[in-house]
Design a protein around this ligand. Structure first.
Ligand code: NAP
Ligand code: HSE
Length: 409
């Protein structure tokens, strides 16, 4: 089988090495010959970490799309365009698609699945969620018997790396983000990681499959982790909590809530012990109960493993059209169904501001605990609805207060 590879950055290099370096067991042992015959990049003169024959490198997509011998194309470029247009063209030319691009899968899942089915080709996207964790395949298997009503997990390697290094080694946010970028975990624009867009796209993909309806990224509440400080981290440790960036969606009677936000977990919670670039996904099925999946959520080898796994589905012709249904009618209820105690830190600069902040918090929720340290107030509230608490923090921000907050679960 001849294959085109679009992009040879972090993930593309891993894919190339598994197939050509005979690292992978399958390619070392099989008679099946798989060749990457063309590689698309932006800059064909750039120095590459892996030696690639110059005659297969191109900066012109037409060289790949017009090559009738290429049966499948691996899309690991990033961004929406031109990758999405290339995908549509490739499907029209009856080429199978494998992608790690969650931005495109999350936005166009229904269109791409339909188009692939019409053209009798496969559209596979295991690497778009959870890096090396085979979560898409496992979800499809679970759905054969179960209805899935809840998904929860850590779905971003970069932010989990940042939070675990800040908590474990007392490092600064910016310093650890730089390391995550150097290790190839972060997106080309790391604000997608830090502000929750990457996780929200992944939650959109998993929730769409689980709830049988295209759950759009824009219907998922998201709040990032960039305001967390060392002082917060020290307070979490004193209180016995661990901060994690949690994706959560649940479905009840045709209504769903979905959110991506920093959440405080008890240090004994299994998710508290998922560190560095590792991810965890918990799904709840009506028959099987809770299932958890754990593994590396980002990086060259883990992600390339998922891409090549999809390629083997194509080679072995194992994919079935009826695997995915997106025909259910479900309604978004925002974050209505989420509630809990909240941790809140507000920075104050004088006594008047201190009193105003305390009065405002008090008008929304009674405190369970309050600590004051120099120019910061730390509060743990009683149980409160997520929407009501967000109203309080929005008011505090409008008044110019710097703060960080997280629900305690
Ligand atoms: P990357 O290191 O930035 O590599 C991107 C590659 O695509 C480069 O080789 C680049 O060419 C090529 N490229 C980008 N835009 C192009 C264009 N317009 N025309 C031609 N070539 C283009 O990205 P990555 O980290 O491998 O990620 C690739 C995709 O996988 C993204 O969608 C990402 O979200 C997803 N993903 C990444 C990870 C991860 O851990 N990194 C994990 C899961 C999913 P040049 O080399 O010439 O610049
Ligand atoms: N930037 C993403 C992450 C890559 O850190 O999880 C894997 O999807």
């Amino acid at each position: 089988m001849k294959i085109g590879l679009l992009g040879i950055g972090t993930v593309g290099t891993g894919v190339y090495e598994i197939i050509n370096g005979e690292k992978g067991n399958y390619f070392a042992n099989t008679e099946e010959k798989v060749h990457i015959t063309k590689v698309l990049v932006r800059d064909i003169h750039k120095n590459r970490k892996t030696q690639i024959p110059s005659e297969i490198m191109t900066d012109n997509f037409d060289d790949i799309i017009n090559d009738d011998e290429i049966e499948a194309i691996i899309f690991v470029m990033g961004g929406m365009e031109p990758e999405y247009s290339y995908m549509l063209k490739a499907i029209e030319r009856k080429k199978h698609i494998i992608t790690a691009n969650k931005a495109i899968v999350s936005e166009y899942l229904d269109v791409l699945l339909k188009k692939a089915e019409e053209n009798n080709v496969m559209f596979l996207f295991e690497a778009s969620v959870g890096g090396g964790i085979p979560i898409i395949t496992s979800l499809k298997e679970t759905l054969k018997i179960n209805r899935i009503d809840e998904i929860k997990g850590i779905l971003n390697g970069t932010t989990n790396f940042i939070l675990s290094k800040m908590a474990g080694e007392g490092k600064d946010f910016g310093e650890v983000l730089k390391t995550a970028q150097e290790l190839g975990f972060a997106e080309a624009d790391p604000t997608a990681d830090v502000d929750g867009y990457d996780v929200s796209r992944k939650l959109s993909i998993l929730s769409s499959l689980a709830f049988g309806s295209h759950i759009k990224d824009e219907d998922i509440y998201k709040r990032g982790i960039r305001d967390v400080t060392k002082a917060d981290m020290e307070m979490f440790s004193d209180l016995g909590y661990v901060l994690k960036f949690i994706a959560h969606s649940k479905l009840e009677n045709g209504e769903y809530c979905a959110s991506v936000e920093p959440i405080l977990l008890s240090s004994k919670n299994i998710m508290s012990n998922v560190n560095e670039e590792y991810n965890i996904v918990s799904i709840h099925g009506n028959i099987i109960g809770e299932l958890q999946f754990y593994g590396k959520g980002a990086g060259k080898n883990a992600t390339a493993n998922a891409v090549v796994g999809d390629l083997l589905y194509i080679i072995n012709n194992e994919y079935r059209k009826e695997d995915i249904h997106l025909k259910n009618k479900v309604i978004s209820r925002g974050i209505d169904k989420f509630s809990g105690k909240y941790y809140l830190r507000v920075d104050v600069s004088n006594h008047d501001q201190f009193s105003q902040v305390i009065d405002l918090i008090d008008s929304y929720s009674k405190f369970k605990k309050m600590m004051v340290n120099k120019d910061r107030i730390f509060v743990v509230t009683e149980e409160i609805n997520a929407n009501v608490f967000n109203e309080l923090t929005a008011t505090l921000k409008e008044k110019g207060n710097k703060l960080f907050y997280a629900r305690i679960e």
